[in-house]
Each structure stands twice: as structure tokens, then as C-alpha cells.
Design a protein around this ligand. Structure first.
Ligand code: ATP
Ligand code: MG
Length: 562
């Protein structure tokens, strides 16, 4: 525990925390205000979790506050469903914005006034060029752009046109408001960027009050300034936008001057973290929804049984840096396993059942055996398992003609049934097709609890469930959604893993599991971590595999693990 605590504190240091600490020490700020600014055009994914943990994390650590602000400037892509899901997911992750819930749309009137301010100071103009014309005159990385023929309109004409844009006089795309900066700037973001466009669309919050909407760039920095955000933390792709945000702050009477700092996005192998791609996966029916357990969305992870603690631990492990990199998804699984190993109660479940009959166990008899709920946590207590003449074991745990290194059940071989008895396979029963359908076994009544009084050993311990008591369930096994470690976002459909979902039916679980809650992780002994899926009904249980037991990341990375 101590070792983990130290490790976390070490990776918890990063250049952003250093900057904040220095700002506070130098009294440039007396408090820290950050914000997490999602655009409500999709569900949050694990990349967003990095930003959430960073923004809410530093606010907590430095005794400041973190706002949740929806950057809702594009009504054609934004929906109330996403707003609600984002709030749920941030809370699930363990963060609380208190009363500090904001929307860029709350500032539409102020932003509009500031746009007029820019017009009045000769720093913005209404452009009648089409989108295509603007694209053609923007220039390239190596060539300057060309001034619009409308760039030198008078302040009066600009104000009149802009007010009529607001009043809804013109159709979509007829005109835009642009900042008058520098069409020859080496930074394309400064080549007279668009501030407002005409869009006759209903907004989830402002309805049809507006027929013009601010660009993301015009809204974002000023929203930070209105909220008196001190440290505006965003991902590296906004580095080139910073000069524009600073230009706005310089030329507008804003109430504060936030500073922007950029950090690297989280990228994961076998995963695409882009709302555009995730939206297409959902709309195209390639997954069952935003909360499909194969999705890297927080809703998907939650449904798969990933505890929020594991997401937070993982983000901490990855750290915050300035250089982009791709993190092995096995490192995420490692974080999940580490939390679940501590918290999940142990249960027995047979995923591919093979029936066994204990011939020398009296018919009609049964008994109760004691099993521990967690091997490292006596406080988790014990439960009673019913043992009887007919049981199920895992089909894979038996081989009729075992190779040399197979130590589990085979004809004539003795193994231990966990918490129960030693059994020996006496006879293999097959159907007409020659498939094994049942094993006849004997048990040694002297070995109750799993040990032989004569000290003889067995080489395998198998999990099992009693046939008379077991509950049947469907179990969904998830594999990587993308077969390739580096799926191509431009043609991601081709990279989908056809075996990302494996559905097992007729699985046999110990009866205790019928009462499991969706939020409670369980370990199916020898199989992995699972949780009940909300698709379950009282008569039809469904379980998801959250993650298998094997720890490949620890092996690959040299075993710095559990
Ligand atoms: P996407 O690229 O997935 O569509 P986005 O950046 O458009 O995401 P926003 O809603 O604008 O989505 O993101 C909100 C915040 O989350 C932004 O500050 C953004 O920088 C951050 N963010 C988004 N993706 C990642 C990521 N992969 N890693 C870290 N932070 C991210
Ligand atoms: Mg964005």
C-alpha cells in the first residue's frame, strides 16, 4: 500500500502542476480555477478522462475549483442526451463541479456584444464570400492568403449587416463575421478567422433565439475569461490556436486573462479516441450503442464493469506530458485488474459446462461446504456452497487423451474440486457423435475441504458448481474492438475485430450470483473479473467479462505489477 502511494505521488508531478505551484508561490494567482470543457456532441471517452482527472485533480490538490462547461456552440451536432451522459460520466468518475456548471451558450449575448466591439474598433468585418471562396483565399502553409474584397467595409455597414445577420435576415452561409487580423500570418489561425456564421438551427438550450452562432475559437477563450479560469488546460492540437485566443483577450474588455497550457492527448493501442469515429460506430450499428462494453467510452467501460478508481489510477500512471505517445491498452487492463483484485468477491462459475456424476456419492444427498469470499480479506467473510452427486466443471478442464503437461482431469486422474473433495475420473460418457457429454467420477470422502489425511497431493484444483443449485446465465466475453494495434481512423471499419464479442449461453453459476448487482465486480475463479449486465432479467442473467485474469502487461513491462 505504501509503495503504491509513493508511486502515485511521483507520477502525480508534471509540468502543469509545476506551473501552477510556481504561479501560486509568486502570487500571480491566489487561487486556481480550471474547467473541463466538453462539446456535447458525443459521449465521453477515456481520453476525456485524462482531461477530467487533470482539471478536477489540480483544482482539488491546490484548493481551487473546477468548472464543468459545455462548449455548446454547434447546435447541429449537439444533443441533450449527450449533455446528460457527460454529467453522469463525470460524476461516475468521482468528480463534482458543485454549483459551477456553465455553458458557452450562457455567454451568447456577451459574445455577441464583444463581436460588435471588435467591429466598432475596426477589428472585425462581415464577409460575403462563400465558404469555397474563403477556402481558396486562405493560402497554404507556404503561401500567404489574400484579403477578402469585403475586408474594408465601413464600421457602420459592418454593424448593420451583423445586426441583420442576428435578426435572421439572411440564409445559412450567406455571410460570416471575420476578425481582421493578418491574411499573411504564418499561423493560419490568424488569417482572418471566422467569428460568427449564419445558422438557422434550434439549440438545445437557447432554442431558436439565435440565427448566428459563434465559432468554437471565438467562444472558448472568452468563456474561460468570463469564468475567471486561471489555467486553461487543453490538448496539443490547440497550441496553434493560442495566439488567436490571446489576440481576442488583448482586443476585448474581458474580465480576466486566463493562460492556456497544452498537454498530450491520450492515445491507446487497439482503440480510436475520436468522437467522430465513435459516433459512426454507433450510428452504423457496428456496436450496440454508446455504452457497448467494447467502446472506449466511460459509459462502455462502466457497463463492462471497470471501476472508476481504475480509470483514475490508469490516468495517473500515464501522467501528463508535452509529447504525444500511444499507450499500450494492456496497461489499462493492468490498472483494472489491480483494483478488481482487491475489491471483487470470488465466486465459482462454469462458462462451458461439462457434467460430472460422482457415482459413490449417495443419491438424493447433498451437503454444504464453506468457501471464502476474498482470499486476502477475511472481513469479506465466507459463504456456503452446496455439493452433491451431480456437478459441472469446465469442459477445458478435462482431456480424454491429455498431452504430457496437462495436469487437470483425465481418465484415471485425481484432482481437487475447490473447497470440496478429491475426485477421480472413472468413465467417459459419449454421445453418438463421439462427443464427451458426461464424466463418471468417484470422490474420496476423507478429503472433505480439499485435503487428504494421508498427505497425498493432486496437481490441479478445479472450480465447479452443483448441478442442482446452479443458475444459468449468458456470459459475454469482450475482445479488442479493433484487431490492429493502430487502427486507421480514416478506414476504421476495415480494422474492426470480427471476434470482439463472444457470447456464451448456458453457463452455470453458483446461485449467489443471481443476486449480484450490476455495479458489483466479481471474480469468477480462474476466469477473470465479471459483472452483471443491465440486460439481465430475474430469469435471464447476463454477465460481462470486464477483464481476464492474466497479466500480460506486467510480463511485457518486466513485471512491475501486482
Ligand atoms: P474528440 O477528438 O474525441 O472528438 P474533442 O477534443 O473534440 O474530442 P471535446 O468535447 O472538445 O472533444 O473535449 C473536451 C476536452 O477533452 C478538451 O479539452 C480536449 O482537449 C480533451 N480531450 C479530448 N480528447 C482527449 C484525449 N484523447 N486525451 C486527453 N484529453 C482529451
Ligand atoms: Mg474539441
Amino acid at each position: 500500500m505504501t509503495a503504491t502511494g509513493t508511486a502515485v505521488a511521483e507520477v502525480g508531478r508534471d509540468f502543469i502542476r509545476d506551473i501552477i505551484e510556481a504561479d501560486l508561490a509568486a502570487k500571480r494567482h491566489t487561487t486556481v480555477v480550471t474547467r473541463f470543457p466538453p462539446e456535447p456532441n458525443g459521449y465521453l471517452h477515456i481520453g476525456h478522462a485524462k482531461s477530467i482527472c487533470l482539471n478536477f485533480g489540480v483544482a482539488q490538490e491546490f484548493g481551487g475549483r473546477c468548472h464543468l462547461r459545455f462548449d455548446d456552440t454547434n447546435p447541429t451536432k449537439e444533443e441533450q442526451e449527450y449533455i446528460d451522459a457527460i454529467e453522469d460520466d463525470v460524476r461516475w468518475l468521482g468528480f463534482d463541479w458543485g454549483t459551477h456548471l456553465y455553458h458557452a451558450s450562457d455567454y451568447f449575448e456577451q459574445l455577441y456584444q464583444w463581436a460588435e466591439h471588435l467591429i466598432r474598433t475596426g477589428k472585425a468585418y462581415v464577409d460575403d464570400q462563400s465558404q469555397e471562396e474563403m477556402r481558396l483565399t486562405r493560402g497554404t502553409l507556404t503561401e500567404p492568403g489574400r484579403n477578402s474584397p469585403w475586408r474594408d467595409r465601413s464600421v457602420e455597414e459592418n454593424l448593420d449587416l451583423f445586426r441583420r445577420m442576428r435578426a435572421g435576415e439572411f440564409p445559412n452561409g450567406a455571410r460570416v463575421l471575420r476578425a481582421k487580423i493578418d491574411m499573411a500570418s504564418g499561423n493560419i489561425n490568424l488569417r482572418d478567422p471566422v467569428l460568427y456564421r449564419i445558422l438557422h438551427a434550434s439549440h438545445p438550450r437557447t432554442g431558436t433565439a439565435w440565427s448566428i452562432y459563434p465559432s468554437y475559437d471565438f467562444a472558448h477563450g472568452q468563456s474561460d475569461a468570463i469564468e475567471r479560469v486561471t489555467h486553461s488546460l487543453c490538448t496539443l492540437e490547440f497550441e496553434d490556436h493560442r495566439p488567436l485566443y490571446d489576440w481576442f483577450l488583448e482586443h476585448l474588455p474581458v474580465p480576466s486573462r486566463p493562460r492556456q497550457y497544452e498537454f498530450a492527448r491520450l492515445n491507446l493501442t487497439h482503440t480510436v479516441l475520436s468522437k467522430r469515429v465513435l459516433t459512426e460506430l454507433v450510428r452504423g450499428g457496428h456496436v450496440k450503442g454508446w455504452d457497448d462494453p467494447r467502446m472506449p467510452t466511460l459509459a462502455g467501460l462502466r457497463r463492462r464493469g471497470v471501476p472508476p478508481q481504475a480509470v483514475r489510477d490508469f490516468v495517473k500512471r500515464v501522467g501528463v506530458a508535452k509529447a504525444n505517445s500511444v499507450v499500450d491498452v494492456a496497461m489499462f487492463d493492468f490498472s483494472v485488474r489491480e483494483v478488481l483484485n482487491k475489491t471483487a468477491l470470488r465466486r465459482m462459475a462454469v462458462l462451458r459446462p461439462l457434467k460430472i456424476v460422482i457415482d459413490n456419492y449417495p443419491e438424493g444427498q447433498s451437503e454444504e461446504l464453506e468457501a471464502v469470499n476474498h482470499p486476502d480479506d477475511p472481513a469479506a467473510g465466507t459463504r456456503r456452497l452446496r455439493f452433491g452427486r451431480e456437478l459441472y466443471i469446465e469442459r477445458d478442464d478435462f482431456m480424454e487423451n491429455p498431452p504430457k503437461k496437462f495436469y487437470r482431469l483425465s481418465p484415471g486422474r485425481e484432482v481437487r474440486l475447490r473447497y470440496a473433495y478429491f475426485i477421480t475420473c472413472r468413465e467417459v460418457v459419449k454421445n453418438r457423435a463421439g462427443e464427451v457429454v458426461e464424466l463418471r467420477c468417484s470422490y474420496d470422502p476423507q478429503t472433505r475441504g480439499g485435503n487428504a489425511p494421508d498427505g497425498r497431493k493432486v496437481q490441479a484444483t478445479l472450480h465447479w458448481v452443483s448441478a442442482a443449485d446452479a443458475v444459468s446465465a449468458e456470459v459475454r466475453l469482450y475482445n479488442q474492438l479493433f484487431a490492429r494495434p493502430d487502427p486507421n481512423p480514416a478506414d476504421f471499419i476495415a480494422d474492426l475485430n470480427p471476434d470482439s464479442l463472444e457470447v456464451l449461453t448456458g453457463c452455470k453459476l453458483e446461485p449467489e450470483l443471481a443476486a449480484a448487482n450490476t455495479g458489483d465486480p466479481v471474480q469468477f475463479e480462474r476466469q477473470g473479473y465479471f459483472c452483471r449486465d443491465p440486460d439481465s432479467t430475474p430469469g435471464d442473467l447476463v454477465f460481462n467479462r470486464t477483464v481476464g485474469l492474466r497479466d500480460t502487461w506486467a510480463r511485457v513491462s518486466g513485471g512491475k505489477g501486482a
